[in-house]
Design a protein around this ligand. Structure first.
Ligand SMILES: Nc1ncnc2c1ncn2[C@@H]1O[C@H](COP(=O)(O)OP(=O)(O)O)[C@@H](O)[C@H]1O
Ligand SMILES: [Mg+2]
Length: 292
């Protein structure tokens, strides 16, 4: 009997070594994006991850902003390795995951760019290695960068779960609408949720939501989900300067309170959002869109 149990244990250990047994069968991929830059995506990504962690969720933040990737700065960390090292075969995916504040982070660096240049067989190899990341968290939040450029669109059109961030400024709203237009025409399956950042008060946020929901429904037949808002709050830029997520640096600030509400809304909406993609499928589709 003892022998049998021992044998079984060895087998399980071996299986564990060959392929990490994920705690969670798959991660849910969420793309956080915006039309205009500088509207608060990276701060939302990091602090939403932390707020979801407070609700017992495991979250990985993927910094996929090729231009101004700065999640590491917001979190006050210096990544030694990025996705680029994995693409070049210098590191394993597991080696580039940074754990900080109870969440995980992957810095994309120039990795996505380099993926596009890989010959097909190497790309297939990379995609199959993504399996190792399956189960790394309940959610993988992609900070995609802003605008309607090829790279951002690759992520946004591959995602089935999208959060669009805007501020109440007319330029940000116009750019958000332009992005929604592309999503509506090329990614009809996606559920798109909206966060209004830097609103002077709840009423201003509501007006922005009403305006965007109306035009999206009327002209794009796209049903936007209101995920909540973040008020203009000096504690955010204070926290950024101190290189600490505002949810930790100023837990009782208006920004943190609103962020927790956003996390609650996010979790409450789980049933209405289609089951997210596997990371592997997401990357495959994204690269398919970009390499074309
Ligand atoms: N709600 C807010 N109140 C005050 N300042 C904010 C707020 N949200 C963002 N900011 C400021 O805007 C800057 C850019 O935010 P960030 O999250 O880096 O935007 P993005 O990732 O969209 O470029 C922050 O460093 C901060 O100074
Ligand atoms: Mg950013």
């Amino acid at each position: 009997m003892a022998d049998q149990a021992q044998g079984l244990r060895k087998l399980v250990e071996k299986m564990g070594r060959d392929r990490p047994v994920p705690l969670f069968p798959e991660s849910r991929v969420v793309a956080i994006t915006s039309g205009k830059g500088g509207v608060g995506k990276s701060n939302l990504a990091v602090n939403l991850a932390l707020a979801l962690k407070e609700y017992g969720k495991k979250v990985l933040v993927f910094d996929a902003d090729l231009g101004l990737g700065n999640i590491d700065i917001i979190m006050g960390i210096i990544p030694s390795f990025t996705l680029a090292h994995v693409v070049r075969g210098e590191r394993e995916l597991q080696d580039i995951i940074i754990s900080e504040y109870g969440i995980k982070l992957i810095a994309g660096g120039s990795g996505v760019e380099e993926l596009l240049e890989l010959p097909d067989w190497q790309l297939r190899n990379f995609l199959s290695r993504l399996r190792d990341l399956e189960g790394v968290g309940d959610y993988v939040l992609f900070d995609t960068g802003a605008g309607i450029n090829r790279h951002v669109l690759g992520f946004v059109l591959a995602a089935t779960d999208i959060i669009v961030v805007t501020t109440p400024e007319p330029t940000a709203i116009t750019d958000a609408y332009a992005l929604l237009k592309v999503i509506a025409s090329k990614n009809r399956e996606a559920v798109v949720r909206l966060v209004v950042n830097r609103a002077v008060n709840a009423q201003e946020a509501r007006q922005v939501v009403r305006k965007l929901r109306f035009v999206a429904r009327e002209f794009l037949s796209l049903e936007l989900v209101d995920l909540g808002y973040i008020p203009e709050d000096p504690s955010i830029s204070r926290a950024v300067k101190a290189q600490r997520p505002f949810l930790y640096a100023y837990p009782r600030s208006p920004a943190s309170t609103s962020l927790r509400q956003i996390a609650e809304n996010f979790l409450a909406g789980e049933g209405t959002v289609p089951r997210g993609d596997k990371l592997q499928d997401f990357f495959r589709r994204m690269l398919g869109l970009l390499r074309r």
